[in-house]
Structures are given as structure tokens and as C-alpha cells.
Design a binder for this molecule. Structure first.
Ligand code: CU
Length: 502
């Protein structure tokens, strides 16, 4: 939806119940003017959906080769360009890819490294950027919408990876108004920063599982966003792991595997459980936590990552699948959350080589100091009728995103308390660029709860009706974005600009 005329033109009616309105208008909305519909009707989502074959051997993500001649430097080229994916026999899908692949190549570098990535935007007539999601890079190297790389242009992104920054990051486009589409058409990749002194045993391996969401029409094409997608965020028909549907991985009985799970979907909330294997959380968005935490299930909202050690002690298949999670859905067509099989692990009858135990302590995390400043960010949605039909807005403190406006001025190196208040009907995963934060509490219906462990995060789900309080410190000056990581919501205005001053 273009914001032209929205709010400024005046709203005839702002309804008290957005959900009821959304349902009422559902049938008409696909033909409404001003929507980026690409001619697709609402029901195109399920009619004629093409599902990929399941059960291929899990592919490791190809590594982006380091071309640097010197040690402690990571140097490579990344090209964004249209290509044809062949997801199945006889099926051709036009996608966008980094270096010809989707997900993009895995970038692996070490703490202390200098990174220089030459980016070539070869997307036809669209600006793009590379945003280094979660990484402590300088503001002018972070691929913000204010720094577009025009179609056909090149630029170098250069930054240093500080000590202590090891973690599971990712990269994706962040151009003004085009992020959601460039991501669902295929542009996203993982960036793992490694530590030279990693306490997790090397015998566990280190496997990135990039979870993306795909919707394919019968002809193999990826349809554009519908009105439902714009409201709820785009949810596809199938969740892929490293570009494959429910791939298989073979392990020996007794094996432990380190798995880094990425929710790189535009808008799908993934409540995950491993049937037949035991999960232990060892890390979050910004790296290892202090001590391992055993869990039965995990909620991974769009943009979040989690690092697990999974123990395969029972022979037979162990499956990573989804459970139901109600994140608030507007209108008809709520997708089934539960029962998606993401990964099948075949555990052998014969035990493998003995695995070293996971250490009881991983690393200390110093709590952020007492905040010097407190801020309150209120997330709301509005649905409104005007002369041409229904329009919707996704707001932070009553405003839609304006690239020319600075919403918050902060001081580099100063700890702040951010209170993210979700007064909307949907969950919104909150993300801020340039740093990692610490969630200190959640509040819902007057009940306050603390997170089960201290962790570095750059994305946190704020459930509808919930308030999340977090401590945050930006070390480097410059303009940073903060936004909902449902990419359609970000695109429709749920984003602000933080100006960090030295
Ligand atoms: Cu949102």
C-alpha cells in the first residue's frame, strides 16, 4: 500500500474493531485501488499452490569464499540478481538471489576480523541494500533505507567484528518500500560470527538452518502480496529449510548437533518442537547465553534466531515440526500453524563415537547498567474507511515511518530503557539495528514476568496486549532503524529512526 493520501487525506471513519472490519471487507479488498496486488485475488493463496517434494538430503549452505590474501580479513563479492530456481522437476521459478542462490551463501568470519563485502545490485530497476541484521556495524555501513544502492550500482560494505560479537546474524535487503518483496522473492542469507574460544564442543558440528517461507503458484511463479498478506504479513504455503522442504539428516545414536535456527520468513511465527530428540538452548540472536537451558518448545518470531544443541539418543526418526501459536490474525485465511514438518533426522540404531558433554557454563553476560533514559514506544494498527475503500496503518507512537524524520535522539554509550507497548490486535516482533539488547521483563494483564535467562537479542516478539521492557545501548553514532520485523508491517510504516549522537 502506498502511504499517499493515507492519514493526510483524512479518514472518514476509524473503527473501534479493526478485526471485524477486516473480515467485513475481505471479499472486496483484492480489487481495491492503491494495493500492490499484482492482479492476484485473495484465494490465490491456496488454489493451485505448488508444493515441493520432501525428503532430500539436507544441503549445507554453500560458504561465501573469502578472497582476502591477509589473515583476519574477510573479503568477498555479493551480487543480488534475478535468476531461475528449479525447486522441482519441470518447475521454473523466477526468484531474486545472492550469488545465484537462495538462501544466499553462508558468510563465516571470526571475532576481530575486518569484513569487506563488495555488493553489486543487479536487480532490474530496483534499488536495494544489504542490511547486516543484528551486527554492530557502523550506521553508514548497515544498509539502511537512507543509503540505497541503485539498480546497476555497486558499493563496498566494510566493518570490523569486535571481540565478543560471535553470534548468529543474517543479511537481507532493506530498501525503502521494497524490503518485504525482495526478501520473499529470495534475498536473505546467514552471517555467522565465530569465536576462536568456543565452549561448545566442535564434535557437535555447526549447522545453519535457514527457515524461509515460500508460496508458489501452479505455474511455478511466486505471486505478489495480497491484501491479507499486507495486513498480516506474508505467510507462504511451505516453510523451507536451507531452500528444501522437510529435508533429511542422518546422525548416529548418541550424537549431539549444534543447530542455528533462523526465522528468515517475512511473517510466519514458528513454534517449534523436536519430537524424538532433546533440545537445549545455548544461544540467541547475539550469541551464547550464560548456561545451557533445556526446553521442550521454542517460539521463533520473524527475524529471531536461536542456537540449539540437540541430543539424538533415540533410534528412529526425530522430527522438527511446528505447533499451534495464535499471533493474532486479521480476516479469513488464517494459515495452519501446527503440523508442518521442517526437518527429519534419521537416528541410527548403532551408537556413534562418544560425544564430549556440553559445558555447564558457556560465557558470562554482564547485565547492562541502570538506564539513563526511559522511552515508551506504542505499537498500534488502524483500519479506516475512506472514499475509495479501506486503508490500514501500522503505527509507532501514532506515526507511520518517515525517512526524513528523526523520532528518537540518543547518546552513544548510554544505556536506555525501552518499553515496547503492543496495543494492537497482532503480535509484532520488535527489531532495532546496530546493537544487541537485553530483555528485562514482560507485562501482560498487569502480570510482570522476567525472561528465563539473560540473553543478547536484536529481535523480540511483543505479543498483542503485551509490554516488553528492554535495556539497550548503542555504541556507535549515526541513524538506526527500529521496526516491526513482519516485513509488510515495516513497509506499511511500523518503523522509526533513532539518531545516536556521539
Ligand atoms: Cu508487525
Amino acid at each position: 500500500m502506498h502511504r499517499r493520501g493515507f492519514l493526510a487525506a483524512g479518514l472518514a471513519t476509524v473503527l473501534a474493531s479493526p478485526r471485524a472490519l477486516a473480515q467485513m471487507k475481505m471479499d472486496d479488498m483484492s480489487t481495491m485501488p492503491g494495493m500492490e496486488m499484482s492482479g492476484h485475488k485473495m484465494d490465490a493463496v491456496t488454489q493451485g499452490a505448488t508444493m515441493l517434494p520432501e525428503g532430500e538430503a539436507l544441503r549445507a549452505l554453500p560458504l561465501l569464499a573469502n578472497e582476502a590474501a591477509r589473515p583476519s580479513v574477510f573479503k568477498a563479492k555479493l551480487t543480488a540478481e534475478a535468476t531461475i530456481a528449479r525447486f522441482a522437476e519441470g518447475l521454473e521459478t523466477p526468484i531474486l538471489a545472492y550469488n545465484g542462490m537462495s538462501p544466499g551463501p553462508l558468510i563465516e568470519a571470526f571475532e576481530g576480523d575486518r569484513v569487506e563485502v563488495s555488493f553489486a545490485n543487479r536487480i532490474n530497476s530496483e534499488a536495494s541494500t544489504v542490511h547486516w541484521h543484528g551486527m554492530p556495524v557502523p550506521a553508514d555501513q548497515d544498509g539502511n533505507p537512507m543509503d540505497p544502492v541503485a539498480a546497476g550500482a555497486d558499493r563496498v560494505y566494510a566493518f570490523d567484528l569486535p571481540e565478543g560479537s560471535a553470534g548468529s546474524y543474517w543479511y537481507h535487503p532493506h530498501p525503502h518500500g521494497r524490503t518485504a518483496e525482495q526478501v520473499y522473492r529470495g534475498l536473505a542469507g546467514a552471517f555467522v560470527v565465530k569465536s576462536k574460544a568456543d565452549p561448545v564442543p566442535a564434535e557437535y558440528g555447526d549447522t545453519v538452518l535457514m527457515l524461509t517461507d515460500l508460496r508458489l503458484a501452479a505455474d511455478g511463479s511466486i505471486p505478489g502480496n495480497t491484501m491479507t498478506d499486507l495486513m498480516n504479513g506474508r505467510v507462504g504455503d511451505q516453510v523451507l529449510v536451507n531452500g528444501q522442504r522437510n529435508p533429511r539428516l542422518a546422525v548416529a545414536k548418541g550424537d549431539r548437533r549444534r543447530l542455528r535456527l533462523y526465522n528468515a520468513t517475512n511473517a510466519r511465527f514458528l513454534k517449534l518442537a523436536f519430537e524424538g530428540a532433546a533440545m537445549t538452548i545455548v544461544g540467541t540472536d547475539g550469541g551464547l547465553i550464560e548456561a545451557p537451558v533445556a526446553v521442550d518448545e521454542i517460539l521463533l518470531s520473524p527475524g529471531e534466531r536461536i542456537e540449539l544443541v540437540v541430543a539424538f539418543d533415540r533410534p528412529g526418526p526425530a522430527t522438527l515440526g511446528t505447533l499451534d501459536y495464535d499471533r493474532g490474525w486479521m480476516g479469513a485465511g488464517r494459515p495452519a500453524d501446527a503440523g508442518l514438518m521442517l526437518l527429519t533426522v534419521d537416528v541410527s540404531e548403532m551408537p556413534g563415537a562418544a560425544m564430549p558433554p556440553l559445558p555447564a557454563r558457556l560465557r558470562p553476560i554482564a547485565p547492562l547498567s541502570a538506564p539513563a533514559v526511559s522511552r515508551r514506544l506504542v505499537f498500534t494498527e488502524i483500519m479506516a474507511m475512506n472514499a475509495t475503500g479501506m486503508e490500514m496503518g501500522f503505527l509507532i507512537n501514532g506515526k507511520t515511518f518517515d525517512m526524513a524524520r528523526i523520532d528518537i535522539v540518543a547518546k552513544a554509550g548510554e544505556t536506555e530503557l525501552w518499553e515496547i507497548v503492543n496495543q494492537a490486535d497482532m503480535d509484532h516482533p520488535f527489531h532495532v539495528h546496530g546493537t544487541q539488547f537485553q530483555v528485562i521483563e514482560h507485562e501482560r494483564d498487569g502480570k510482570v514476568s522476567k525472561p528465563p535467562f539473560v540473553a543478547w537479542k536484536d529481535t523480540v516478539n511483543v505479543a498483542r496486549g503485551e509490554t516488553v521492557r528492554l535495556l539497550l545501548r548503542q555504541e556507535q553514532p549515526g541513524r538506526r532503524m527500529y521496526h516491526c520485523h513482519i516485513l509488510e508491517h515495516e513497509q506499511l510504516g511500523m518503523m522509526g529512526v533513532l539518531d545516536v549522537r556521539a
